[in-house]
Write a protein that binds this ligand. Structure first.
Ligand code: HEM
Length: 491
């Protein structure tokens, strides 16, 4: 029976090239081996290592992966820019498989983990919160946070050495989302005192990683922390909603509350639980992705001092004196944007974006000889937008493994750049991140150089070895650096 189902599935996709394995690509069985074993498994957590390799091997930018157990199943992996555009523009035809996001819903339903009417309502309420006024707030508060770091934390020190740069980037991102996301201004000295400890702990990647593996068990253990954080957030909602004097506020939380209070048909647009779910998801989405991207950026600049110098000279060209950069100057800081985009191309926090075919469809790609290939996508097929495959696809990016921020100056293949997804379900916080990131990078690089921390045990390594060590990644909810030992030296 299994064999017949498998043959039928192969036939239904016209035997489109790709993996044919006994074991599935998701779930525990997928992790029996990290490497592919012909006919048995595609290899769990193999995506980072293979990048564009599967597409290269099978000679097509859409690869199928059919497995037999526990039941015949197919997933299409897509690294073709035009096909990805088609998929992300057809939200109804290729929706999100929300089941895969269940882990993100325990605080309440939210914009990231929903589809259909619920998602439409969340997006309509959430989108206005990411306003121009909010962006300006992000910029101004980020500049203050960085100035506070330099003056009151790093002070007179000539060099600041860290064993892992996330020890700096996670708190920066938390302080920014605290004030521009929740209207809670914190300083470096008091940082987590204003947010309860559990709340800070909740946004650490380890928690979600573990939760993902043994969901039910961890849920029970987390019940207490969840309650604490829930209580805290509900208090925040209550306090803000019933505050006597309503001030003008432009943080995301206030934006969400305002939009949600406009009643339609006598009903609040978001229940308290939905507010909670969405607030939590902003915190999660805005914290880890940002901190890890910043960390990779610093690591790359430390590895490529000539790129760092180029960035420094560009910043000095825009802001020649020691004053703080203004929001208006952000648009002139194109070199900072190029450095971030190149970092996000090489290390996209989300390496695969899942969709599925809600109805029978076809996708078009080309084979390695440039011939057009029409791929039948039967209803129910899983479709994975391979962000890594796309970002390392030599068809769009020359010398794809090299760090070359200059490729983002001038004309570049926009459809082949997917770190924030695209179409209706693209990242709402993209501008939030870019504003925050540019402010941080500009402030830091204009005052400090970033270098790799010298460690005697690695004294004899070659550049390639060092690069591999510094840029090692692990996968949690998003892609993260394993250990990035850096030194920030005052210029
Ligand atoms: C480097 C930074 C970031 C990256 C790479 C990133 C990436 C992404 C990606 C790939 C998605 C689509 C996920 C999917 O389809 O499953 C997404 C969605 C989303 N992101 Fe981000 N994100 C970043 C920063 C932020 C920030 C700072 C916020 C908020 C403060 C944010 C809020 C959101 C929201 C609300 C969605 C859901 C949009 C929807 O489904 O309608 N993101 N992000």
């Amino acid at each position: 029976k299994k064999y017949i189902d498998f043959r039928a599935l192969v036939k239904s996709i016209h035997d489109h090239p790709g993996y044919r394995t006994l074991l599935p690509t998701r779930g525990l069985l997928a992790f029996i081996s990290t490497k592919p074993i012909r006919g048995i498994t595609r290899g769990g957590s193999n995506g980072w290592k293979r990048k564009y390799q599967d597409f290269e091997d099978y000679g097509t930018d859409i690869v199928s992966s059919i497995s037999v157990l526990p039941k015949a199943h197919n997933i299409f992996l897509v690294a073709d820019a035009a096909a990805i555009k088609e998929i992300t523009l057809s939200r109804a035809q290729f929706p999100k498989p929300v089941k895969q996001y269940a882990v993100l819903t325990f605080f309440g339903k939210n914009i990231v983990a929903s589809e259909g009417e619920d998602w439409k309502r969340y997006r309509k309420i959430a989108a206005p919160a990411f306003s121009e006024r909010n962006n300006r707030l992000v910029w101004e508060e980020t500049v203050k946070i960085m100035a506070d770091l330099f003056e009151n934390v790093w002070g007179e020190q000539k060099a600041i050495t860290v064993d892992h740069a996330v020890d700096i980037t996670l708190p920066i991102a938390l302080l920014v989302i605290g004030v521009a996301g929740f209207g809670r201004r914190m300083t470096w000295q008091e940082d987590s005192k204003l947010l309860p400890d559990v709340f800070v702990k909740l946004v650490t990647p380890d928690w979600l990683l573990k939760l993902g593996v043994t969901e039910r068990m961890k849920r029970a253990n987390l019940a207490f922390q969840e309650l604490e954080a829930c209580r805290y957030m509900l208090e925040m909602i209550h306090a803000r909603r019933y505050a006597e004097k309503k001030e003008e506020r432009y943080d995301l939380f206030s934006g969400l509350l305002d939009a949600s209070e406009e009643e339609s048909d006598g009903q609040a647009k978001l229940t308290d639980r939905e507010l909670l779910g969405n607030i939590f998801i902003f915190l999660l989405a805005g914290h880890e992705t940002t901190a890890h991207t910043l960390c990779f950026t610093f690591g790359l600049l430390a590895l490529y001092p000539e790129q760092q110098e180029k960035l420094y000279q560009h910043i000095k060209g825009v802001i020649p004196d020691d004053r703080l950069p203004t929001y208006q100057e952000m648009n002139s800081l194109s070199e900072s944007v190029a450095v971030f985009y190149e970092t996000l191309r090489l290390f996209p926090p989300v390496i695969n974006i899942p969709k599925y075919a809600a109805e029978d469809a076809t996708l078009v790609t080309t084979d390695s000889s440039g011939n057009k290939v029409v791929v039948p996508v039967p209803q129910g097929s899983d479709v994975g937008l391979s962000v890594l495959g796309l970002h390392y696809n030599p068809r769009y990016w020359q010398d794809p493994y090299a760090f070359k921020p200059e490729r983002f100056q001038g004309d570049w293949p926009r459809d082949a750049f997917l770190p924030f997804s695209s179409g209706a379900r693209s990242c709402l916080g993209r501008r939030f991140f870019e504003t925050e990131g540019i402010a941080i990078l500009t402030m830091l690089v204009s005052r400090y150089t970033v270098e790799i921390k010298p460690e005697p045990e690695f004294a004899g390594e070659s550049f390639e070895e060092r690069k591999e060590r510094i840029l090692r990644v692990k996968r949690g909810l998003t892609l993260m650096p394993v250990r990035m030992p850096l030194v920030f030296k005052r210029r």
